[in-house]
Design a protein around this ligand. Structure first.
Ligand SMILES: Cc1cc2nc3c(=O)[nH]c(=O)nc-3n(C[C@H](O)[C@H](O)[C@H](O)COP(=O)(O)OP(=O)(O)OC[C@H]3O[C@@H](n4cnc5c(N)ncnc54)[C@H](O)[C@@H]3O)c2cc1C
Length: 377
């Protein structure tokens, strides 16, 4: 889409993705890791938390541009984009809801990516779709806390330095900032995921972890409608934008492949069924991006309508990514199933987009509920 001039940072980022990300994403998937030097390059480019104000170590980037950054990274590697997503959720939480001491302690290292953040909500013994169901508990003791429980599928958990942990307390769900090297925290890698395989997932156990009063974000029992909603909205936005990136990558790979692959005396690109799939991909890319931009503009305006706009953008973009990546594999035939092209990875990654940050089914419930509220009042 060339509807407006690209921000200069997006041009630089595009080169980074083309030269240093996309060509290696299949290898990172096989190694199940984003290498440390790549994470450092992301820091050099100022991409870990560019939305922070300049005085907090960011670039004051608006949400529409941040969405484009996550789209661009998602075009190259969904695992790297996933790390950006959860890091953004944690960093934005510290910035928005943290007190002065928490901001001073954590923001400088989060801004550069020297410390990576992980978002610890999902409890393996409860439905992750019900975000308020938590088996992890925090018990108050004269202003301090003892945290016990287990979180699973934690993106970046293998490398994170700061864990944002949601736990049930006597007054409801609370959020805690827990250093990953704190006594009683145990990190176990989760390997062999279907998709976003390089995003270094972990199970994280908390065994009587003693926390001071400075670990609590906001008042006790207050996190569900504030920290959790805000962070999940941002994560959902990032996944929506990253899904548009997957669509773009599937389109680019399919257009290139069909332009050189012969079929029936001509090229694949000459066949009407192929052209129909390419047209669908272009439409998915442009429509997905427009929905993401709408959600981003509402965020920039501080309009609460962004929450529903983000649900809609994520619903559309993640399902479009899954369909588009599947079509891209189909177009590539056996090559689409092998390791030499990006499309098998895109297909695996796209499936994950339909599950995380609100599954497709949860989105269908939420979006329809809102529609009925609007119509029926
Ligand atoms: C690659 C990856 C990375 C992840 N990273 C993180 C992370 O960093 N931090 C974190 O906290 N979690 C993370 N998760 C967990 C993720 O948030 C959950 O997987 C997600 O919320 C879905 O929860 P679940 O897996 O327990 O599925 P469930 O909630 O058990 O759902 C199973 C199925 O039932 C459907 N379903 C559930 N409830 C309903 C309903 N009410 N109506 C209709 N259908 C329903 C769902 O759509 C789904 O198809 C990650 C997961 C993956 C796969």
């Amino acid at each position: 889409m060339r509807t407006r001039p690209e921000a200069p940072e997006l041009v630089v980022l595009g080169r980074f993705v083309d030269g240093e990300v996309a060509p290696h994403a299949n290898a990172w998937e096989r190694a199940e890791e984003i290498p440390g030097d790549v994470r450092a390059r992301v820091g050099e480019l100022g991409l870990w938390a560019p939305f922070l104000p300049v005085e907090s170590g960011g670039a004051g980037m608006d949400m529409v541009t941040l969405g484009r950054v996550h789209e661009e990274v998602g075009r190259g590697c969904s695992s790297l984009r996933s790390l950006l997503t959860v890091h953004t959720m944690v960093t934005a939480t510290v910035h928005r809801w943290g007190d002065d001491e928490q901001r001073e302690r954590w923001l400088p290292a989060l801004a550069t990516g020297e410390t990576l953040g992980a978002f610890c909500l999902t409890d393996p013994d409860f439905s992750g779709s019900d975000a308020t169901a938590a088996g992890t508990v925090a018990v108050a003791d004269h202003g301090s806390w003892t945290l016990t429980g287990r979180k699973k599928w934690i993106t970046g958990g293998q490398r994170a330095g700061l864990l944002l942990v949601f736990a049930d307390t006597a007054t409801g769900m609370s959020a805690f900032l827990v250093p990953a090297d704190h006594p009683g925290v145990r990190v176990t890698p989760v390997r062999h995921m279907l998709g976003t395989t390089a995003s270094m997932l972990a199970t994280i156990e908390f065994d009587d972890v003693r926390l001071g009063p400075g670990a609590l974000v906001g008042p006790p029992g207050w996190a569900a409608g504030t920290v959790m909603t805000g962070a999940l909205d941002l994560g959902r936005y990032s996944v929506a934008c990253g899904s548009v990136g997957i669509v773009r990558a599937a389109l680019a790979a399919s257009a290139a492949y069909t332009s050189q692959r012969s079929a029936g005396g001509g090229l694949l690109r000459d066949l009407p069924q192929i052209r129909a799939k390419i047209s669908d991909m272009v439409t998915a890319r442009d429509a997905g991006r427009l929905l993401c931009e709408k959600a981003g503009r509402l965020k920039d305006a501080g309009d609460p309508a962004t929450i529903m706009a983000t649900w809609v953008a994520k619903y559309f973009a993640s399902t479009a990514a899954a369909r588009t990546a599947s079509d891209a594999v189909q177009i590539h035939g056996a090559n689409g199933c092998g390791p030499d092209y990006p499309v098998a990875r895109l297909y695996r990654d796209a499936k994950v987009m339909e599950i995380i940050e609100g599954s497709t089914q949860i989105q269908e419930l939420t979006i329809a509920d809102d529609a009925y509220r609007e119509v029926a009042g």
